[in-house]
Design a protein around this ligand. Structure first.
Ligand code: ADP
Length: 178
């Protein structure tokens, strides 16, 4: 499923982000860049120890910001590590922080002249962000970014389950009608 925005494309897929061939895949990291469970663990396992070595040198990444490393053994050339908010009650600035995680990742992709970037569903695993709300924030933020920048050319959301895919699909459909 795909939507064109300002000459760029937003695409939804079901799959494992470590298989992506985009210029960069995005990691849902923690602020210590310490590695962890979920997509973070999968990326470090598939990419090998070089990514963690680079993360250690960088040191950390506050919530809502992003940093970039190479992709190690991954097919993707780079990994953009960003940190989404831990969801508490929705009143702790969570939507803004989640939007910032997507925005800073996209900005970093542009800065490095990357044409394609693949995102997981940030914050909706261990960090507990309600899936549909997170999907709405993710797609709205990416759409607004593309409307003003027109790049990166291809933004893919790689969802790990049918449930996640359906939530993002519904968010994308809302965008089409808005
Ligand atoms: P967070 O701590 O930001 O919540 P998680 O890694 O716990 O991050 O979960 C984020 C999302 O990533 C979840 O929806 C989870 O199902 C998904 N996920 C886990 N492994 C993968 C993978 N290999 N590829 C794509 N998505 C994944």
């Amino acid at each position: 499923m795909r939507l064109e925005i300002n000459g760029a494309f937003v695409e939804l897929a079901i799959g494992d982000i470590t298989d992506e061939t985009s210029d960069a895949i995005v990691n849902a990291a923690n602020s210590a860049l310490a590695g962890g469970s979920g997509v973070d663990g999968a990326i470090h396992r598939a990419g090998g120890p070089q990514i963690m070595e680079e993360c250690r040198k960088i040191g950390g990444c506050p919530t809502g910001t992003a940093v970039i490393t190479t992709g190690g053994r991954l097919k993707a050339k780079y990994v953009i590590h960003t940190v989404g908010p831990i969801y508490e009650d929705g009143l702790q600035n969570e939507p803004k922080l989640l939007a910032n995680a997507y925005k800073s990742s996209m900005a970093l992709a542009i800065k490095h002249e990357l044409k394609s970037v693949s995102f997981p569903s940030i914050s909706t695993g261990a960090y507990g962000y309600p899936l549909q709300e997170a999907a709405d924030v993710a797609l709205k933020t990416v759409a607004e970014f593309l409307l003003s920048h027109g790049r990166p050319n291809n933004v893919r959301f790689v969802l790990f389950s049918q449930t996640a895919f359906d939530a993002y699909k519904s968010a994308l459909e809302k965008l089409k009608t808005s």
